[in-house]
Design a protein. Structure first.
Length: 379
């Protein structure tokens, strides 16, 4: 009988479609793709987090350890002196408090190196890395913290290479790549599509400088074309009613200067994101940050949109040969890519079809199978 997957998300995070957090989205995708003959997965979720939870996995609640602002600095000091981070470890220890009552499981600790030492030896401990996690770790601390890890799963080749550089040689062969997938049923093209008079361009993401919404607006300003319209969706966080940050105010001013060529919306829940993307001719992911693997890339492609992304981090891996890569922070290059799609109906239709075909090969079921393979059958 294969082992059950038990996912440990960041303590305090919400396993809910009401947020746009990447880790819960990935856990939900993998859980929903679990075959019928495999044990139903579980997710450890702090008591008191959002009540509207994904139904793809059993939720195992725990009482979260109350953290203090000083804990992070205390951990940094302890890491240098003791080679461990007691406060982060205690948070994961609280999440795993009931693990001795479980049948032997695969415990996937997401973005939490300090959770690995807390996993009971009866279980298979796996670090699931969505970001660079070890930059502040010495090799001594990494060896102490991750010595018992079975696998280190990274969401892209880009991330795997960076992670391996931070590992002592004896741990590097435990690194595997499992790229994120996409729900090709939830994210899908409209039943019928016709080329409209106006090219509809969509940006969905957090409204922070790293995500580059301002690069898209700068590209539109360079083009000065009324036949290209952009819908820009997102807030700095996951609260659409929060007070605007300086960057959000900057975006509002730039959008206002473009008049009716831009429509802005604050953060929307996951279900609404799928509807927004389905209306797009083109989805743009203009990140400045070297994102390990941007979920929006495949979601836009699954929605049948021509997809343009920055040539940085793991984004080119998601685009494959079906998307369009442009240099990061280059409004002129982005403007040229948008103009080409606006001016050539055949190019746009071809790019849309290629996007959808590419996404169909990257479903969450493919990611689940890749994960099972990476674990060597232990799951």
């Amino acid at each position: 009988m294969p082992r059950r997957f038990v996912h440990v998300i960041t303590p305090g995070d919400h396993f809910s479609p009401s947020t746009g957090s990447a880790i819960p989205t990935v856990v939900h995708g993998l859980s929903a793709a679990t075959p019928d003959d495999a044990p139903r997965p579980a997710v450890l979720v702090a008591r008191g987090t959002y009540a509207d939870r994904y139904t793809s996995a059993d939720v195992l609640e725990y009482d979260e350890r109350r953290s203090r602002r000083a804990d992070r600095y205390g951990d940094l000091v302890a890491a240098r002196v003791l080679g461990r981070r007691p406060f982060a470890g205690a948070s994961f220890g609280a999440a795993l408090r009931d693990q001795r009552t479980w049948d032997p499981a695969v415990v996937l600790v997401h973005n939490g190196p300090q959770g690995i030492p807390s996993v009971d030896p009866r279980h298979l401990p796996v670090l699931y890395a969505h970001n660079q996690l070890l930059r502040t770790y010495s090799h001594r601390e990494v060896a102490r913290t991750l010595g018992g890890v079975a696998r280190i799963v990274c969401v892209s080749e880009f991330l795997a290479e960076g992670t391996a550089e931070q590992l002592p040689p004896g741990l590097r062969d435990r690194v595997s790549v499992v790229r994120n997938g996409v729900d090709t049923d939830a994210f899908r093209p409209p039943d019928t599509w016709e080329r409209r008079d106006t090219l509809e361009v969509v940006f969905v993401g957090r409204m922070v400088r790293d995500k580059g919404a301002d690069v898209l607006l700068a590209a539109l300003a360079l083009l000065d074309r009324p036949d290209i319209h952009a819908t820009v969706v997102g807030s700095a966080g996951f609260d659409p009613h929060a007070v605007a940050t300086p960057y959000e105010r900057e975006i509002a001013r730039s959008a206002a200067a473009l008049g009716d060529r831009v429509t802005r919306h604050p953060f929307v829940p996951r279900a609404e994101v799928a509807r927004v993307l389905a209306r797009a001719d083109v989805v743009v992911v203009p990140s400045r940050w070297a994102e390990p693997l941007a979920l929006t890339v495949l979601e836009g492609m699954a929605a049948g949109a021509a997809t343009i992304g920055s040539d940085i981090g793991g984004i080119p891996e998601q685009l494959g040969d079906a998307g369009i890569a442009v240099p990061p922070d280059d409004a002129r290059a982005l403007a040229e890519a948008l103009a080409a799609l606006a001016d050539d109906d055949v190019l746009l239709a071809t790019a849309r079809a290629a996007s959808r075909a590419h996404a169909l090969d990257r479903s969450w079921r493919t990611s689940y199978e890749d994960l099972s393979s990476a674990l060597g059958g232990a799951a």
